[in-house]
Design a protein around this ligand. Sequence first.
Ligand SMILES: [Zn+2]
Length: 324
Amino acid sequence: MMCIVSAWKDDSSNGNRTDKILSIEILALKPVFEESPLQRFDCHIHLDPGVVQQSDLLGKMRSAGISGGILISIPPPSFVKLCQPHPTGERLDNLMQWVEGAPDLHPFYWIDPLEEDANEQVELAVRRGVHGFKVICNRFYPGDERPMAVFTKIAQARMPLLFHSGILWDGEASSRYNRPVEFEALIYIPGLKFALAHISWPWCDELIAVYGKFQNAHSRDASLAIEMFIDMTPGTPPIYREEALTRLFTVGYDVNRNVLFGTDCTANDYNQAWVRKWINNDDAIYKKLGLDVSTLKGIYSGNLLRFLDTAPANPEFIKLCAAE
Ligand SMILES: [Zn+2]
């Protein structure tokens, strides 16, 4: 715990009392990690078909030190190698059952923007009370015309959008649609808040560069109402993790308010050991990097709450310009 002692001086040399801080003494400074435990939210939890067992999930999350997070619906039917096809209504019913009465579980509807009725699905999901949308670009580029129209509708509904990015394990030749640079196209969607998952592994450098691109775009146009978040869910195999996080946090870009913690667990069998392992692993890296408490609070809770906030995207980035 940090303790600050200040002393005040009565400066009467000019007849007026002026208070000045004489000294700030740090009596004891222990590592931030020894302070009271951080509240942690998991921004990346999948739902598999099957029985809804919310209390079991909440119990497992609690024992892994997780207070809540984002639940992503069963995949759309085009993901034939991930699960049997389930219709929209059934996927939405299942999603809403998982979060019922649990305010810290945030329902995200996984939408396929190439489905004929995708726009109606956005409206229906919003009416049902989802808090956001998930998209995996499995056979289209994010900048293609039809997906862009659906993303625009999601932005107009003031809903955040969580994308997969990086190598895609769907059993198909689909990863090329998920390279970070393809998401530059989103710069033309006013008001959109979006996150790219997995630090785009193995294209982490490209993701960092795209993030810088958005930060620079804000420096050029302060009215630009779009905000990019980085979902740090692994993704990154352990041997790449320290390098990726070190680059992300030391590149010099304004990332601290826009990074999110996630696990890629399933709600049906929340893997506490996996969650604890990644928290311990990441915390050791953060300690080496010397991240302060407010940054850690952002990573584990504050940034996610900002991502979920229905207020329009209005990032306040530090300027990022070349040669200034
Ligand atoms: Zn995932």
